[in-house]
Design a binder for this molecule. Structure first.
Ligand code: FMN
Length: 310
């Protein structure tokens, strides 16, 4: 009988302390629920929190979402009531800066589960898991949902109006050079020197790039159309019979290219069907050669064009 009362008491105290802290900002209510040596764990990447840092993060969340409401949807206990699993859903309107994102005014919903271990009347330890995608997506930090698309042919037509060069993006995959032709290359910043390339996840080179620390970018010269064709083909040994040199950081660089970079990969951002690799330029070289130009699905030698006065 005492046991049943203990369990009812624990459940009631969770509901009341959570409501006070998360919904009303009365974080001191947690002192009644959480033991002084309480630890909150959120997976291997996150630093565990103690009672005071949990209070700080509740305050920060409530500043960004002042109308926060957390609904406890279910509490499941183990047979002796020492462990409880709490399934919850939080909603709130984003009206204050959060994770560096200024207020969007958007309603945000996040759901998750907390596993609590009691030591006597107090919670000694919690493991928290929640769908962070819901939050990041609502704040516009990531996009994973498909929206009503503009006709792809129309978009393709737009892209054909944009003139680019042609690069070969490479990496050293445990001693084997790998690479593909890429025109989705851009400078991000000069100081610090950063660039990006976009690579389709279906590319056979993609797995090697994903595990690499460095990549090479060779901007092809006007007389390297044959090289562009090799690297626009799928799989196989594209380097056989080709003249290339490993850069100072090990990335294969194509000889005869008009410019070459080596990049220490920073972020790998998943975007649509592609991964955007960003990184810091760690070596750079260019020669006095005209670049190969790609426009409207065709290749051009820019040295035959006339500069416009301006
Ligand atoms: C001019 C040109 C530009 C290209 N740009 C890109 C690009 O930016 N990103 C990409 O993933 N593929 C791009 N491709 C396509 C790849 O090079 C092509 O799919 C290649 O077969 C991939 O090889 P892999 O699967 O062996 O890695 C481009 C192809 C050409 C001809």
């Amino acid at each position: 009988m005492t046991h049943t009362l203990d369990r009812a008491d624990r459940t009631a105290r969770i509901r009341s302390a959570w409501g006070a802290a998360w919904d009303h900002g009365q974080v001191e209510a947690l002192d009644d629920l959480l033991s002084p040596s309480y630890v909150r764990r959120r997976g291997p990447a996150a630093t565990p929190q103690d009672r005071e840092t949990l209070k700080d993060s509740i305050r920060a969340v409530r500043e960004a979402f002042p109308d926060l409401r957390t609904e406890i949807e279910e509490i499941v206990e183990d047979s002796d009531g020492d462990r409880m699993a709490i399934r919850w859903r939080s909603t709130g309107r984003h009206t204050g800066t959060f994770l560096g994102v200024p207020p969007t005014g958007k309603p945000v919903e996040v759901s998750g589960a907390t596993f609590a271990r009691f030591d006597g009347r107090a919670v000694a330890e919690e493991w928290v898991t929640f769908d962070s995608r819901q939050l990041l997506e609502a704040l516009g930090i990531v996009t994973t949902t498909q929206r009503a698309a503009v006709d792809p042919d129309l978009v393709r037509g737009v892209h054909r109006k944009f003139i680019t060069g042609v690069t070969v993006v490479t990496t050293d995959d445990d001693g084997t050079p790998k690479g593909l032709a890429v025109n989705a290359f851009s400078s991000i910043s000069l100081d610090p020197p950063m660039v990006l390339v976009c690579v389709q996840r279906s590319s056979t080179t993609h797995p090697a790039l994903h595990r690499a620390s460095h990549l090479g970018i060779s901007i092809l010269a006007a007389d390297q159309l044959d090289v562009a064709k090799i690297f626009a083909s799928k799989g196989g040994d594209k380097f056989a019979g080709l003249s290339w040199t490993p850069g100072a950081h090990g990335a294969p660089l194509i000889d005869g290219a008009c410019a070459q970079l080596e990049v220490e990969i920073g972020e790998r951002l998943e975007a649509g069907s592609h991964t955007v690799f960003t990184g810091r330029v760690v070596s750079a070289h260019h020669d006095d050669l005209a670049p190969l130009v790609y426009s409207g699905g065709g290749f051009f030698d820019i040295s035959h064009t006339a500069p416009l006065p301006w």
